[in-house]
Design a binder for this molecule. Sequence first.
Ligand SMILES: Cc1ncc(COP(=O)(O)O)c(C=O)c1O
Length: 375
Amino acid sequence: MRKKTQMIHGGISRDEHTGAVSIPVHHASTFKQDGVGNFVYEYARTGNPTRHALEELIKDLEGGYRGFAFGSGMAAISSVMHLFSTGDHVIFTDDVYGGSYRLVTKVLTKYNVGVTFVDTSGLAAVEEAIQENTKAIYVETPTNPLLKITDLAGISKLAKSKNLLMIVDNTFSTPYWQNPIDLGADIVLHSATKYIGGHSDVVAGLVVVNSEQLAADMHFVQNSIGAVLGPQDSWLLIRGVRTLAIRMEEIEENAKRIAEFLVSHPQVSNVYYPGFKDHKGHDIHLRQAQGFGGMISFDAGSGEKAEKVLKKVKYFTLAESLGAVESLISLPAKMTHASIPRDRRLKLGITDGLIRISVGLEDAEDLIEDLQSAL
Ligand SMILES: Cc1ncc(COP(=O)(O)O)c(C=O)c1O
């Protein structure tokens, strides 16, 4: 089954009992047993039919062994981190999403799980960071907000040679453009709040693992911590996936045109967009993904100038988040990445004037005119 068909027919695409082509939303929190221990579903935290349909769908889309749905991207990431124990060490891409940075530096460290942040676009630096107690390499590619590219096959080779788990946050690329498990990843996760939901109306996280053992471990964590996704939100995500392919294709076209406009604008410097031939890692991204996505970052010169642009735009909505039908604009330094200390932010290249846009489905001409007049 090809990708576009999989979005419609993957997972459990219809209700066996009624033939309904839309999976029913099962609100039941518990299920009747035909004798003690004789059941299909037991209790909705452990398993729910609507959530299960979504989990089967994301498993198919990522080409993994089993999928899991959580109440947010952070709930998904936290649950994955519960696979580790006191004394373990994990290597992270240096410019991970600010919330992931906060989780690992402020929460994981309380449990004595050691973390090292590395520019994973350089394999030698990753290898150097491996310690005796390292258990995993956690990668974001392209990164948020600088769109840095990591060589997934290269990391996988390294991880396998050292017996480490490889975890990939695939939020920016979506399973339509990039499938890290095919390139050797053990665990793929998403903030499904973004492109997979796609309409700014659901907060959710998804995880796909590639083995029976990881599936058992992950299900134990999901059931024990209980940060599960509700049935209504699971249904919304299934519906979102139905149009994911077509949304990503259209967003791609819009993003290319907007990136080209930005690069030619005199008030703008450092346009970060993986589709540019001179973007660092462009060739690697081309090898491992089928599209460049809808995220673009650019420098407006200063925090003051950037804030003026953010105030003036009328079609770009000033808001956190990304991956929606409507175009969004944000200032990472004061919004998504505010939890990263300023000196660390600047070192990474997340300047005070860096603007991040998430290109939506409006007419590209309107979006370009909007940015032109705001700039
Ligand atoms: C790349 C990435 N991963 C994870 C998250 C966290 O997801 P959520 O906001 O759904 O908890 C985000 C949120 O912006 C993100 O951009």
